[in-house]
Design a protein around this ligand. Structure first.
Ligand SMILES: [Ca+2]
Length: 667
């Protein structure tokens, strides 16, 4: 049976009649209003929501789009609402009341603040006790082994291979779903603590204890006092081991009480007992101070109640996990030991040293992977036997590795532009270099593949500049593009505007295409009909951002027309592609553009992307969602570092050089 988009419209009509669908995206959002609703001196700011000019439905308010649903009003007369009362959050929450119409209450859509106010009298929210990610934990254990065995490659290899089963049992970090991002934000935000985490750490600690106390290595691990024939030195031997190994495992010197505790773990044996040493190692690896960022703070910060400077060792750990995702090395620990790390110049020099290490590049790669949500790309070859998909793909039918090739292409671009080309943020929107190493992907782009070493080849000039035109952001694993998904990604992840939740009953499935309609036409018919609740958000704020790249098909191939198929894969015609649209990159900017290159330019010039990237990197850094009002002192220096030609790699240094990064707020 031929797909019938009208059916979707009918379904929508039913939900409207029942009055369950929410509506009203916002209209106008004012900028330059401070957290308390007063004009912000630096224009930072909060969107407040009075005076909506579009949108149907009343009562659209709410940070996370929790909008009032109401029975479908019929007046159509604008009524002001209190939805716009500014919140203390100052991040453009609440905003947005829309004027009344025939719709029902709805979700709020709120423009992200373009700048942030840093008010030193505002204490940041209290930090929670953070667990190391499993990646950080594994890296820490690997480094601990290498340090313990003093770089003896053969011993390291044998201990590491003994740990392989335990390492394999550790759960993977998952992109944590948060209310603001139900599809998953950052792996660093994964703070779940399930049985498998507890069991995994226990198994790893036990396995490491066993491996490090084998006869072949215990002399290296504990010292010759553990293997010689004298027992008179065994008590001192244990004491020295706990202090030395413990300080490394826990990333700070142990107190006398700590030493006593771990001696109790060793037990009552008065001689060197490998199994007792193994117990000590296992317990150390499972200590809260090994698995968590345990921070007590050092000196109180004047003028900020409950905020303390981190101690030198706490700072060393924070810095090391932030930049390298592992425990501090010898040099960093030494600078914590003599407290010189608290000196600004010494700290800055350590940051510079650590950024030159390849691990900083890997860490930023992990951030980029989550920010761009590359893992959300579905399998591309799942529909290879579907007649429509087969006909659509033609000679480009995907293989199983095309998905990863698209992921590598995007991550390769970000890595190259950041580190090899030392690019500005703006160059992410203009680069025409291709990072496709895979022949199939390069063919989709119409060029040759990149060898990964020389200067990357150029894409066809003027066709697909910038990051967001790469196949990963266009491909769907189906014959059809998904303009709505493209639009939502740009709106939320690149611009940080908040979109309310879709109304209950909204169809999250790809739109069903009419036999004689382009994807755009079908999406317009389903989501942009005047008077429907969908149109308020979709027509201005979501769909246009996706339409601009509709001259790329669902495999990322450039096209000027959409080939139409019947459900047997028989070609039924072609229709020209229309990429002209008004993307409202800034909500009140109704400029019409011709297509992707102009969209990239608008994004680049909007000033919103650097603010949004700063916010995203904050989430990665602190493992929590940002609050633009309370976190301004962490966000604004980073935004400024990225603005005005600042380099992408400054994202890392600008973040760790803030005062916020070196402090902790307590409840
Ligand atoms: Ca001995």
């Amino acid at each position: 049976m031929a797909p019938n988009p009208r059916r979707n419209l009918r379904a929508l009509g039913v939900s409207l009649a029942l009055g369950v669908a929410a509506g009203g995206c916002v209209g106008k959002v004012t900028e330059g209003v401070g957290p308390d609703g007063s004009p912000a001196a630096n224009g930072s700011g909060a969107a407040t929501g009075s005076g909506a000019t579009t949108g149907s439905g009343t009562g659209g308010s709410g940070t996370n789009g929790a909008g009032a649903t109401s029975s479908g009003g019929s007046s159509g007369k604008a009524s002001s609402s209190s939805g716009g009362s500014s919140s203390s959050g100052g991040n453009g929450t609440s905003g947005a009341s829309s004027s009344g119409g025939d719709g029902t209450g709805g979700s709020g859509t709120t423009a992200a603040p373009p700048t942030f106010a840093c008010d030193d009298s505002v204490a940041p929210p209290a930090a929670s006790l953070r667990r190391l990610t499993m990646t950080e934990y594994q890296n820490s254990v690997a480094d601990l082994i290498a340090w313990t065995l003093a770089g003896d490659a053969a011993s390291i290899e044998s201990v590491t291979s003994a740990l392989a089963p335990a390492l394999a049992d550790l759960p993977a970090d998952v992109r944590q779903a948060v209310p603001q991002d139900l599809h998953g934000a950052y792996r660093r935000m994964d703070q779940t603590l399930q049985q498998e985490h507890v069991d995994g750490a226990y198994e790893l600690g036990t396995a490491l204890g066993t491996a490090l106390t084998q006869a072949s290595v215990i002399g290296k691990v504990v010292g010759s006092c553990a293997t010689d024939s004298s027992s008179s030195n065994d008590a001192a031997c244990l004491d020295a081991f706990i202090q030395k190994f413990g300080a490394r495992a826990l990333r700070h010197p142990l107190s006398a009480d700590d030493v006593t505790f771990y001696e109790s773990v060793y037990g009552s044996s008065t001689t060197a007992d490998p199994r007792a040493y193994a117990d000590v190692i296992g317990v150390l690896l499972n200590a809260p101070e090994a698995m968590y960022f345990v921070e007590h703070g050092d000196k109180p910060v004047s003028g900020q109640t409950g905020v303390y400077e981190l101690s030198p060792y706490e700072l060393a750990s924070r810095l090391s996990y932030q930049l390298w995702q592992t425990a501090p090395d010898d040099e960093l620990l030494a600078k914590a030991g003599d407290a010189s790390l608290l000196d600004d110049a010494t700290y800055a020099a350590e940051v510079t040293r650590m950024l030159a290490d390849p691990r900083a590049r890997e860490t930023l790669g992990d951030f980029f992977e989550d920010w761009t949500k590359v893992q959300d790309l579905p399998a591309l070859d799942a529909k290879n036997s579907d007649p429509v998909f087969k006909a659509f793909a033609g000679s480009d039918l995907p293989n199983a590795s095309l998905r990863q090739a698209m992921i590598d292409d995007v991550l390769g671009l970000l890595d190259y532009q950041t580190w090899t080309a030392s690019s500005t943020l703006g160059e992410l929107f203009t680069t025409e270099l291709s990072f496709a190493k895979d022949d199939r992907l390069a063919k989709l782009y119409g060029i040759g593949s990149w060898d990964g070493k020389s200067t990357p080849p150029s894409l066809p000039a003027g066709q697909r500049p910038g990051l967001l035109t790469r196949a990963l952001f266009l491909s769907t694993g189906s014959p059809n593009t998904r303009p709505i998904m493209k639009g939502v990604f740009i709106r939320k992840s690149i611009l940080c505007d908040e979109l309310g939740d879709p109304p209950p009953g909204a169809n999250a499935m790809p739109p069903v295409l009419g036999p004689d309609m382009t994807t755009r036409e079908s999406v317009e018919a389903i989501t942009e009909m005047d008077g429907t609740v969908c149109a308020g958000c979709h027509k201005a704020y979501i769909n246009p951002l996706g339409y601009a790249t509709e001259d790329f098909d669902a495999l990322g191939r450039f096209r000027s027309a959409q080939v139409l198929f019947d459900d047997q894969g028989k070609q039924t015609g072609t229709k020209p592609i229309d990429t002209s649209t008004a993307p409202h990159v800034n909500f009140d900017d109704a400029t019409t553009i011709a297509g992707a290159p102009e969209l990239m330019q608008l994004l680049n010039e909007s000033g919103k992307v650097e603010a949004c990237l700063a916010r995203n990197f904050f989430r990665f850094t602190y493992a929590r969602w940002d609050d633009p009002a309370a976190d301004g002192c962490a966000l604004e220096p980073v935004r400024q570092a990225l603005s005005g030609g600042g380099k992408l790699q400054d994202l890392l240094s600008a973040t760790v050089l803030t005062s916020t990064f070196r402090r902790r707020a307590f409840q």
